[in-house]
Design a protein around this ligand. Structure first.
Ligand code: SF4
Length: 475
């Protein structure tokens, strides 16, 4: 994706059991609501009690599916996937769901997350003569399920879970059931809801479930396997949940849609609180008279800028207008357009920043390659001063649990101090929210993974092995 300096979520998943409904169409609209979690490939697999049919391809959900492809997908059970990845010929090969025929019947699987021990599991499979066609840990998981002993799929899933280490929120489709599976740490989200016409749906975010009209939504708990094949849900606690849990705090900061709610915490509200905490911390250090206008980098920083303005008393206004879809095109810009950099993605409303001390709110700086151009855009538009305020601590450590932030040496906060980053981006000042402030905003002291800020990983990671095991854009 061009001109973007955010962490990238690996994907969104959805699973539906809805007797006598057009589940493929329902899955399509659910995937639409999850499009922000991955824009580069999408797929739907549907089972009719006997066989599984599937369509997947590269592109946005609206590009991948047509009335003709949807007409082939019939049944009462479905899973879907929308995927983020970066480049290349391997895109289609790694698109999901991943489907195989097994001795127990057809099996399809869609995954959000990343196993930290996939290299070891791959070796084990290959030593048993299993051939693998991709570098994806999703294929490894599917093959392990296919060859595990056990009388039922629940047993085979439980056995596999005892060997999987890392982040996995899965939807699994067999000929007559959808299973929702979440790792014992609860890294990546997965929610379940009751469909008004009967049946159930699971998805990465509640927004997708609301789109389908779901009621009584709850989280799939860490370590749970939930079977969707009947009017009643079947819930199995396959592994004990880890204490404390380790949900990715970045879901609140950046990934999730603002209408998402977890544990009673609405994402928009949390982002507003992140802005409030940031304003309190900055005011404490330098008083409140340091800006004339607060502007967000759209879209995810809008609630934080509202909160910041509320506490600091500095008026909120729009400063950037985002050309929303430019980063999501497969048509590469020409050299002369590329030179325009972030200016291709953002226009400045000059009247709102001219001769003003601008406080620009953003949710994160990863590599540090777009913040400088954004500051420059504001200065070119006549801003008198530009102060940058970030609603999380510096990201100095890579993620091995399914979020693409690049390698440690790519992270600007790993290589430079805050003052050096400020100088690098050309701002008058730069502030990051403290880890304590971030946790106050999410309303809990623990239960969240914060490893990209602290370097303290909730699971033991064998760094050299994991670094080569996680191939960017191959999953
Ligand atoms: S390391 Fe960061 S991005 Fe990765 S799971 Fe933990 S909090 Fe989320």
């Amino acid at each position: 994706m061009v001109f973007d300096d955010h962490p990238h979520e690996e994907c969104g998943v959805i699973g539906i059991f809805a007797p006598n409904e057009d589940v493929a169409r329902m899955t399509f609209f659910g995937l639409y609501a999850l499009q922000h979690r991955g824009q580069e490939a999408a797929g739907i697999a549907v089972a009719d009690g006997q066989a599984i049919s599937m369509h997947k391809s590269v592109g946005l959900v609206s590009q991948v599916f047509t009335p003709n492809t949807m007409a082939e997908l019939n049944g009462d059970y479905a899973i879907g996937h929308t995927r983020y990845s970066t480049t290349g010929s391997s895109l289609l090969r790694n698109a999901q769901p991943f489907m195989i025929e097994t001795i127990h019947g057809p099996l399809a699987l869609a995954h959000n997350g990343n196993l930290v021990n996939s290299a070891e599991l791959r070796n084990e499979l290959m030593q048993h003569g299993v051939g693998l066609s991709s570098s994806s840990d999703t294929e490894v998981m599917t093959m392990m399920l296919a060859r595990n002993g056990g009388a039922t799929w629940e047993e085979r899933i439980r056995t596999a879970m005892s060997k999987w280490i890392g982040a996995y929120s899965l939807v699994i489709l067999t000929r007559d059931c959808v299973y929702a599976v979440r790792d014992p740490w609860g890294f990546r989200p997965l929610c379940i809801g009751w469909l008004p016409g009967g049946g159930h749906a699971v998805a990465s975010e509640t927004g997708a479930l609301q789109t389908l009209g779901c009621e009584a939504i709850r989280d799939v708990q860490p370590g749970e396997v939930v079977s969707l094949s009947n009017s009643a849900l079947k819930v199995m606690q396959a592994l004990p949940p880890m204490e404390p849990s380790a949900m990715c705090v970045f879901e609140h900061i950046y990934f999730a849609r603002p209408d998402q709610t977890w544990d009673g915490l609405n994402v928009h509200h949390v982002r507003q609180k992140l802005g409030e905490e940031l304003a309190k911390e900055i005011s404490h250090r330098r008083g409140s008279d340091f800006g004339d206008v607060v502007i967000p980098v759209p879209d995810s920083s809008v609630p934080a800028a509202i909160g910041f303005s509320h506490v600091s008393g500095i008026p909120y206004n729009d400063g950037f207008i985002k050309n929303r879809y430019v980063g999501r095109t497969f048509i590469e810009p020409t050299d002369s357009l590329r030179k325009r950099g972030v200016a291709l993605k953002f226009n400045v409303i000059q009247e709102n920043v001219l001769d003003k001390r601008v406080v620009m709110i953003d949710d994160s700086i990863v590599r540090g390659n777009t913040m400088g151009p954004l500051v420059k855009l504001l200065r070119n538009a006549g801003a008198k001063e530009v102060h940058v305020a970030i609603t999380c601590p510096p990201i100095a450590h890579p993620c091995f649990m399914g979020v693409d932030m690049g390698r440690q040496e790519d992270l600007i906060a790993h290589r430079r101090t805050v003052d050096e980053i400020c100088c690098h981006v050309g701002a008058d000042s730069l502030y990051y929210l403290s880890a304590e402030g971030m946790m106050r905003a999410v309303g809990r002291e623990d239960g969240f993974c914060q490893a990209c800020f602290t370097g303290r990983y909730p699971i033991a990671v064998d760094l050299p092995n994991v670094k080569t095991g996680f191939e960017r854009g191959t999953k």
